[in-house]
Design a protein around this ligand. Structure first.
Ligand SMILES: [Zn+2]
Length: 266
């Protein structure tokens, strides 16, 4: 009997763990529209692609990526982390001056599902103030860290006037420091018309020069190399590079399921 109980309990535990894992998988899955509309990709009938970078600014890697973009005469979108914007405003100013778009990636890269609404507002507004201080522009696009969101998060994000932006090309796991050619091939295999590519020019907004962490943590040299390879390859395939605001202008993105539920309380 005891054994049976133990078996039942462990089954229940395993089930609960699996369910929790499934919920997290859904909360972070980029294409899922269950929690409300997000931009996942652009028009499927146009030869355009949007290159996006998360987690910076992170000199000197962000600057090296900006050099490649300028050299190739293409623009990208940078989803910046507020604390890093405050640390490196000049890099963010250059992102904007070069014609790239900026998006909000929260103040310190927290998982928004764990935030109450006041903290959610604060992390976005504080970041926007830092972007404004650096560039004189406000941003109305955002990307939730880890892709994490739920109904409450997306309702509030939209109420604040932001368009949440996900990605359509599976993540290249560039945070595991693979060589640039590996990052590029992981991305290129999945690119199609209207794709949104998500690379990382930083590491969760960590400021390696000031925080006592190994410089290796912030090494994004693979992404610098990958940027050149991706841009050159896609240009050869006839793609034009657009920013996320340009993609939004081109027509509404790929929205699958219309949100029907309303937030309860809060
Ligand atoms: Zn991130």
């Amino acid at each position: 009997m005891k054994l049976k109980l133990a078996a039942g309990a462990s089954f229940a535990l395993a089930f609960a763990a699996a369910a929790t894992f499934a919920i997290y998988e859904v909360a972070e899955s980029p294409g899922n529209q269950l929690f409300g509309k997000t931009l996942v990709s652009g028009p499927k009938n146009e030869r355009v692609v949007a290159l996006t970078y998360d987690d910076g600014p992170n000199p000197p890697y962000t600057d090296a990526i900006l050099d490649v973009l300028r050299d190739e005469r293409v623009h990208a979108t940078f989803f910046v982390v507020g604390q890093a914007v405050q640390a490196y405003p000049n890099t963010v100013r250059r992102e904007a001056l070069d014609g790239n778009a900026l998006g909000n990636h929260t103040w310190n890269h927290g998982h928004l599902v764990l935030y109450d609404l006041t903290s959610l507002r604060e992390t976005l507004e504080r970041t926007d103030q830092a972007i404004y201080a650096a560039t004189g522009q406000h941003s109305r696009i955002m990307r939730p860290p880890y892709g994490g969101r739920d109904w409450l998060v997306l309702d509030e994000v939209r109420r604040l006037g932001y368009t949440p932006v996900m990605w359509s090309v599976p993540l290249a796991k560039d945070w595991e420091y693979p060589p640039g050619a590996v990052i590029a091939s992981r991305v290129l295999r999945y690119v199609g018309d209207g794709s949104i590519i998500d690379l990382h020019d930083g590491n969760r907004g960590i400021i390696c020069a000031r925080q006592h962490v190994s410089p290796h943590v912030c090494d994004r040299s693979g992404d610098v190399v990958a940027t050149r390879l991706i841009v050159e390859s896609l240009k050869r395939r006839g793609y034009r590079f657009v920013t996320i605001p340009e993609l939004l202008q081109m027509g509404r993105g790929d929205r699958v399921v219309k949100r029907t539920s309303n937030r309860v309380g809060g």
